[in-house]
Unconditional design. Structure first.
Length: 412
């Protein structure tokens, strides 16, 4: 055998050993790796288009938050995606940058070019191909064997150019399980380092998710050679719950979007998965939760998609209450009515909103903060005055001062 071919064989084997060592390191660590797809899947939400500079700003904050990888874009589909990725080269240094590709060589070449300049261990491709009966018949117009051949050839082609090759069978949760396991086995043999399982239409429940991953792990002998990634959509409102169920069944990588943005009902919300996982199972990810609210607000600002006031983790009502009983409890001990303190997620302090449902203690507390001294009877009169204001009136500090002055004047 010629020397150059011997060296190439040796090089391929060395790369395979290195890749296996990295995969096994991640699996043994027990750390849940967060893969953010806000810049690609999240941006597909109608009205959420991001400019390359916007994507760079979000990517910088995602790096600060501690995500393991960024789904940076789909180079073959948009020159703007290429520009955004190029802006990240040399700036975003900690997360792995990946590019989405169909199972065609030209997409992989476009990703290779867009990610040029990054170290091998910081660049990767995420290949996808529809595998369910619906996708095979109506999208691909291919048989099972033709689809499998397309997948295997694309993974092999990508593995010659990238150390990190993820493959996701699109619509995997509606794909026949025996066929899905065959695809997984062939993908591993072809050189995939991560297998992602997308619930493309958001149809799963936590119970079905557990059964799904148990079946795959029981029927794919070399599944421990790759990282298992999950990607849940939120069409039935269960994306976060399903993600947590998958983690409990051994998923290593969770793919999320900030604020849960995305097509239709959106995706699993990164901030919700991170906080729920830490609260229920302990801090076994590298996410800095104290930066979550600033991140959520930045994404909302740049996409133009507003945050609902009652949005979990980042909504303005998360640490605000108008209810008198809750206000009294929060003043005595914040943990009486909080799942976690505002500083845990980088939010401002507790906000006691004054209104018709407020109690005497909250009114007295705010008056004291404003330096207004009143008797208990006067505080009660101010509270009664608050309950009489027209619907929709905001009881801000100016209104409260005026009500206090009116009460004092009436009792003089």
């Amino acid at each position: 055998m010629p020397v150059h071919r011997v060296l190439n064989v040796f090089s391929r084997k060395a790369r395979q050993l290195i890749k296996q060592a990295i995969v096994q390191h991640h699996r043994r660590s027990g750390v849940v790796l967060f893969s953010d797809t806000t810049l690609r899947d999240g941006e597909q939400m109608p009205g959420a288009t991001l400019d390359p500079d916007d994507k760079l700003r979000i990517a910088k904050m995602l790096e600060e938050v501690g995500v393991h990888s960024l789904d940076a874009g789909f180079p073959a589909s948009s020159q703007a995606d290429v520009q955004a990725i190029r802006k990240m080269i040399g700036v975003i240094k900690k997360p792995v940058l990946t590019a989405l590709c169909r199972t065609v060589p030209s997409d992989i070449d476009a990703a290779d070019e867009a990610l040029d300049g990054l170290p091998d261990h910081k660049r990767g491709v995420s290949l996808f191909c529809g595998t369910s009966p619906l996708h095979r018949e109506y999208k691909l117009r291919k048989s099972k064997s033709e689809t499998l051949k397309l997948i295997v050839e694309a993974i092999r082609y990508a593995a010659e150019r990238f150390e990190i090759v993820a493959f996701a069978p699109e619509d995997s949760t509606r794909t026949e399980l025996p066929y899905l396991c065959q695809i997984a086995r062939e993908a591993i043999e072809a050189g995939a380092t991560t297998l992602g399982f997308p619930d493309t239409i958001g149809r799963m429940t936590p119970e079905k998710t557990r059964d799904f991953f148990r079946y795959i792990q029981d029927h794919v002998p070399k599944i421990d050679k790759v990282l298992i990634a999950v990607h849940f959509h939120n069409d039935l409102g269960l994306a976060v719950a399903n993600t947590l169920a998958a983690i409990q069944e051994g998923a290593n990588v969770v793919q999320c979007t900030v604020n849960g943005i995305g097509e239709r009902g959106g995706n699993a919300a990164l901030e919700e998965v991170a906080m729920m996982h830490e609260d229920q199972y302990g801090p076994v990810s590298r996410i800095d939760t104290t930066k979550l609210v600033p991140l959520c607000r930045l994404v909302s600002e740049l996409t133009g998609i507003p945050l609902p006031p009652n949005k979990a983790v980042s909504g303005t009502n998360m640490f605000a209450t108008e209810a008198g009983i809750h206000q009294d409890g929060l003043l005595k001990n914040p943990d009486t009515y909080l799942c976690y303190r505002p500083e845990k997620v980088g939010a401002e302090g507790i906000r006691l909103v004054l209104g018709r449902h407020s109690g005497r203690r909250a009114v007295a507390h705010r008056l004291q903060e404003l330096g207004i001294t009143m008797t208990d009877e006067q505080v009660l009169e101010v509270l009664n005055a608050i309950k009489q204001v027209p619907k929709g009136t905001v009881i801000d500090d100016d209104v409260l001062r005026q009500l206090a002055e009116d009460v004092k004047a009436a009792s003089a």
